[in-house]
Design a protein around this ligand. Structure first.
Ligand code: PDD
Length: 289
């Protein structure tokens, strides 16, 4: 596997970083996951835009322009074998003596990128759907930053795995007398379907603005699927006809069990079938363009 590290392409076995890297010491950095279909990065502009937002959020300068990123990304794709890949892009505040405050003067950020073969969910999973559990969203208040410090997400996702499930749906407690509300999954965005209507939580500081989330809402708008972006109460999650999960590596999946209880009919529903088909068509169209 060929990776990119600090301006150079090399075999992963030759890649070395310092133990003083602030990514290692503090989790002080941001990342992106970019799907590649037939050797072409999918929605690259959106990923590079979100990367810039994340860098701005942690006050770290971007070493490369979008054109430079595109060239590096295309080179990395070319140097790896799979037709469909997913790129992991990771930037930290660099190597410095351990001190919480930013190094002054600033040091060079560490820039790392690797590619892995992308396997989209297999047919049996599309047919059965996946299970999920719910848990309190105990993360910080800047979940819109795609930060590499993922310990809360790691612990929350493990709760799902321990319960034999695929994802943990996160619930924030409501303020005053308001009910709790859903933010997202530990590593995905979540949609609720009720009475033929697709409901999505609003992009704010409490969730990652998913690129797949954007695609799903664009598809809904373009195909006359009734949809609404608004705060979703926890009671609506439990009363859903369907629940959907989206991410760059999972695309769109139906959640058919929640905390051990069937969601709706307990089978992937009509909205899932429609959106999954439209998503595949959209992918094909974009890849042909
Ligand atoms: N995670 N929310 C969280 C917390 C995520 O980690 C992810 C993706 C998403 C979906 O975003 P997108 O559609 O842009 O992939 C939402 C990636 C895949 C990961 O960490 O591996």
């Amino acid at each position: 596997m060929t990776i990119f590290l600090n301006g150079e392409f090399m075999p992963i076995a030759e890649a070395k970083i310092s133990v003083l890297d602030r990514g290692f010491i503090f989790g002080d950095g941001v990342y992106e996951v970019i799907p590649v279909y037939s050797r072409r990065p999918f929605r690259l502009a959106g990923h590079l835009h979100r990367l810039q937002q994340s860098l701005d959020g942690i006050k770290l300068a971007n070493l490369y322009s979008d054109n430079e990123w595109t060239a590096i990304i295309n080179e990395l794709i070319a140097r790896n074998e799979a037709q469909d890949q997913y790129l992991y892009l990771h930037i930290t505040r660099g190597v410095a003596k351990r001190d919480h405050a930013f190094p002054n003067p600033p040091v060079k950020p560490t820039v790392f990128m690797m590619s892995n073969p992308l396997s989209v969910p297999p047919a049996d999973l599309l047919k059965s759907g996946v299970g999920a559990v719910t848990a309190q969203d105990n993360r910080w208040l800047r979940c819109d930053i795609k930060a590499i410090s993922l310990l809360p997400n790691v612990l929350l996702r493990q709760m799902a795995v321990d319960a034999g499930c695929a994802e943990t749906i996160l619930i924030r407690p409501g303020s005053n007398n308001e009910p709790g509300f859903m933010t997202e999954g530990a590593a995905s965005n979540i949609f609720v379907v009720k009475d033929g209507r697709l409901l999505a939580p609003p992009k704010d500081n409490l969730m990652l603005p998913g690129i797949t989330y954007d695609v799903i809402l664009e598809i809904a708008a373009a195909n006359g699927i009734p949809h609404e972006v608004r705060k979703i109460a926890v009671t609506e999650v439990f009363a859903a006809d369907e629940l959907l999960l989206t991410s760059s590596t999972k695309e769109v999946l139906a959640i058919t069990q929640l905390d051990g209880t069937p969601v709706g009919s307990g089978k992937p529903g009509a909205m899932f079938a429609k959106l999954h088909k439209l998503y595949q068509e959209y992918k094909q169209k974009v890849m042909r363009a």
